[in-house]
Design a protein around this ligand. Structure first.
Ligand code: ATP
Length: 462
């Protein structure tokens, strides 16, 4: 990550270059919803593809599912979400803004370098006392005049049924994980899966967050990429460590500098959990959670057994032993990862002539366009260039740009992270060669036009 990167620069680039727009913008927006534009959807799809490759395709004994967003409401009773998925909320009486009490304390302690205060371990009363004793101010208006803490439910509710007296409350899922748990038996049986095995899913989740913000870091609608690893008790600790490493390596494999990542153990574990940690990324606003890894014991499947009445016991085909599997969960937000990818790739380079070029050093596998074809002179070279562009589009996302000076066209591609620019010129017409310019080094090589497809395909693989 470049030291100059700020959230403002990322947001502006995203807006101007078709990466991410404000949701429902022409109606004045809809708070904390974002729409991915033509460039953004490519990057996000590439992130999801790389994740799926690593966690399903290349992972022995891992299977994908795509479960429904709307689930039987009992699922959320079993998971504990209907009773305990809430955050401690305080309203500022002065400016009417809403805040999370735990965040107010965390931010205050980090600003005043106070160690040893862990809001996760405090009761609501203890948090209120701390906030009042330290006269913690509202981050928006600077005054200290909060309401008492109230628990704020994070699940979005809706209802099914056509008449008012025939409504059943249902929920927009707040996590994808339950889709994997409720399909444990289906996947195990239909795929003849043997423990240990994994179920992965990518899908939308919804949370009525109290304090969404920081662009796509915390939104009310987002995508999660989750992988549940079902294993036998006793092997869970080993797999937990393995998943920590795998999660870290995935991030470095898509271009992260390991110095911008760190593990952070959870201060407080859920009563059923054996271990839990996050990988944090150094965002422009500081170290923040990027993904979580949890050793959830057999809590989830046991609860689904209890609430659904379905037997979740696995029978080991060799030893005939019966047990409810343990789960090591790995979970990452696709949008939060997208933001980290953009921050990590963003750079401003001062060139020899003093000009500053904005560049996205995206790993080629994540780049929205893998190449762009540029006719040197529109009049003379566009026909040949369009021909090549059409051919390349059959293999990968390829852009075409014939307007403006070649330098300006390079800059436009640098800004969206296109790794290769292919220039068509007189030599192409006379000798059948093209010039390929690499984004980061700006070095140019001349190769035969018929070799371009192979040249690029070799360099964009994940
Ligand atoms: P946080 O502490 O930031 O609220 P969490 O611990 O509640 O996150 P999990 O329930 O573990 O998050 O969700 C797994 C992952 O989903 C997170 O690591 C994050 O990448 C992503 N995620 C969670 N909430 C949001 C959100 N509101 N917006 C975007 N991504 C999210």
């Amino acid at each position: 990550m470049n030291n100059n990167v700020t959230m403002e620069k990322i947001v502006n680039l995203c807006k101007n270059r078709g990466i991410i727009f404000q949701g429902s913008e022409i109606y004045g927006g809809m708070g904390n919803t974002w729409d991915y534009g033509p460039i953004g959807v490519e990057i996000k799809n590439n992130i999801k593809k790389a994740w799926w490759k690593r966690f399903v395709q290349e992972s022995e004994n891992s299977f994908g599912v795509d479960a429904a967003i709307l689930m039987n409401a009992r699922v959320w009773d079993a998971s504990g979400h209907t009773t305990s998925f809430s955050d401690p909320k305080m309203d500022c009486r002065e400016c009417k803004t809403r805040h999370r009490a735990d965040n107010l304390i965390e931010n205050y302690c980090s600003k005043h370098k106070i160690d040893g205060i862990v809001p996760d371990k405090m009761s609501n009363e203890e948090m209120e006392v701390f906030i009042n004793e330290h006269k913690i101010a509202c981050p928006v208006c600077g005054k200290h005049n909060f309401t008492n803490i109230r628990q704020f439910k994070l699940m979005f509710e809706t209802s099914r049924g056509v008449t008012d007296d025939n409504t059943d409350k249902i929920y927009l899922r707040p996590e994808t994980a339950q889709g994997e748990f409720v399909n444990f038996l289906n996947v195990q049986r239909s795929m003849r899966a043997k423990i240990p095995f994994g179920i992965a899913q990518i899908g939308k989740a919804f949370r009525n967050e109290i304090t969404p913000g920081n662009f796509i870091f915390r939104t009310i609608e987002f995508e999660q990429m989750e992988h549940q690893w079902f294993c036998k008790e006793g092997t869970d600790e080993k797999y937990y460590e393995e998943f920590k490493q795998k999660a870290f390596e995935f991030l470095t494999s898509i271009g992260f500098n390991s110095e911008h990542l760190r593990f952070k153990d959870h201060d407080k574990l859920a009563f059923y959990a054996r271990a839990a940690c996050d990988i944090q990324y150094l965002y422009p606003m500081g170290w923040q959670e990027l993904n979580g890894i949890h050793n959830r014991t057999n809590h989830d499947l046991s609860h689904h057994q209890e609430f659904s009445g379905k037997n979740m016991l696995y029978m080991d085909p060799v030893t005939n032993e019966k047990y409810i599997p343990y789960v090591v969960e790995y979970s990452i937000g696709a949008d939060r990862l997208m933001l980290a990818v953009l921050c990590e790739a963003y750079d401003e380079e001062t060139l020899e002539n003093g000009e500053v070029r904005t560049i996205m050093h995206l790993a080629p596998c994540l780049a929205p366009y893998k190449a762009c074809v540029l006719p040197l002179m529109k009049k003379n070279h566009s026909e040949k260039a369009k021909e090549l562009h059409k051919q390349l589009c059959k293999d990968f996302m390829c852009d075409y740009d014939e307007s403006g000076s070649i330098g300006k066209r390079y800059r436009r591609q640098d800004e969206i992270g296109t790794p290769y620019c292919i220039t068509i010129d007189e030599d192409t017409l006379e000798k059948g060669t093209v010039t390929i310019r690499e984004r980061d080094s700006m070095e140019q090589v001349t190769i035969k036009a018929e070799d371009v497809k192979q040249y690029i395909n070799d360099r964009i693989k994940y």
